[in-house]
Design a protein around this ligand. Structure first.
Ligand code: HEM
Ligand code: HEM
Length: 185
């Protein structure tokens, strides 16, 4: 009856699917670059690229859904917190596109075209170029670390709302079955 506004099931499913994929791809990136040259390293590089391209595609679906469906009205909170959340969410969305695009452009510049899932060759974003490839690699790394820092901030804020403010913000992004199970308790 007194249900607080929450994200719709599609937005919730995309949030958690992409959260898992992005954290996995970040971890894979950090792990694979530390491996010695080997078939395993090559395999992980390809998986990383495919996962990153899938994130790019799903982020476009997510953004389209968000623009067409909006978001539930914000809960009561100080203005600075609302602005901080808006800024963080906007920066996260920007990185969902900027980071994979930088990775794709880096692969093109380095002369390793992306063949999606080993079957679908994607066009090169730029021509092979050593100096450009070095810059794009540095950009991809910098954006990846920025994304990691923003995710840490985002999760810390969600946990603060849940365990310090006790304002039910987390329920807005929680699957409905979980929410129904905890309602009334
Ligand atoms: C959201 C998606 C992505 C995330 C979170 C991500 C994250 C990362 C991270 C953390 C690293 C390691 C950085 C380091 O060692 O300092 C990395 C490296 C790399 N990424 Fe991504 N990446 C993504 C998408 C992509 C895409 C779409 C491609 C190419 C199509 C790509 C290609 C690469 C390559 C080739 C490297 C190795 C660079 C090197 O040799 O140092 N990434 N990525
Ligand atoms: C334990 C992990 C996480 C928790 C508890 C969590 C929680 C939440 C909550 C409660 C919201 C709704 C905030 C509001 O209503 O104002 C939200 C939104 C959002 N989260 Fe997370 N999140 C987590 C992980 C992630 C990760 C890993 C990412 C990105 C890689 C992410 C990206 C976003 C984005 C972009 C939004 C804004 C959604 C929109 O308005 O379209 N989240 N998250």
């Amino acid at each position: 009856m007194n249900a607080a506004p929450r994200y719709d099931p599609t937005a919730i499913a995309l949030h958690w699917l992409l959260a898992a994929m992005i954290l996995g791809t970040l971890g894979m990136g950090l792990y694979m670059t530390g491996l010695p040259f080997s078939p395993a390293r090559l395999k992980l590089f390809n998986w990383h690229k495919w996962a990153g391209m899938s994130i790019l595609f799903l982020s476009a679906v997510r953004l389209a859904w968000r623009v067409s469906h909006g978001r539930p009205p914000s809960p009561a909170m100080p203005a600075w917190q609302r602005r901080a959340a808006q800024f963080t969410h906007a920066a996260l969305y920007a990185l969902f596109f900027g980071l994979p695009l930088a990775g794709w452009a880096y692969s093109s510049a380095a002369g390793f075209p992306v063949v999606l899932f080993g079957v679908l060759p994607l066009p090169d974003l730029v021509s092979p170029d050593r100096a450009l490839s070095d810059s794009l690699r540095a950009l991809h790394h910098a954006l990846a670390y920025t994304l990691g820092a923003l995710i840490a901030l985002h999760v810390a804020a969600a946990l603060k709302h849940q365990f310090i403010d006790h304002d039910g913000l987390m329920r807005r992004m929680w699957p409905a079955w979980r929410r129904r199970a905890t309602e009334g308790s």
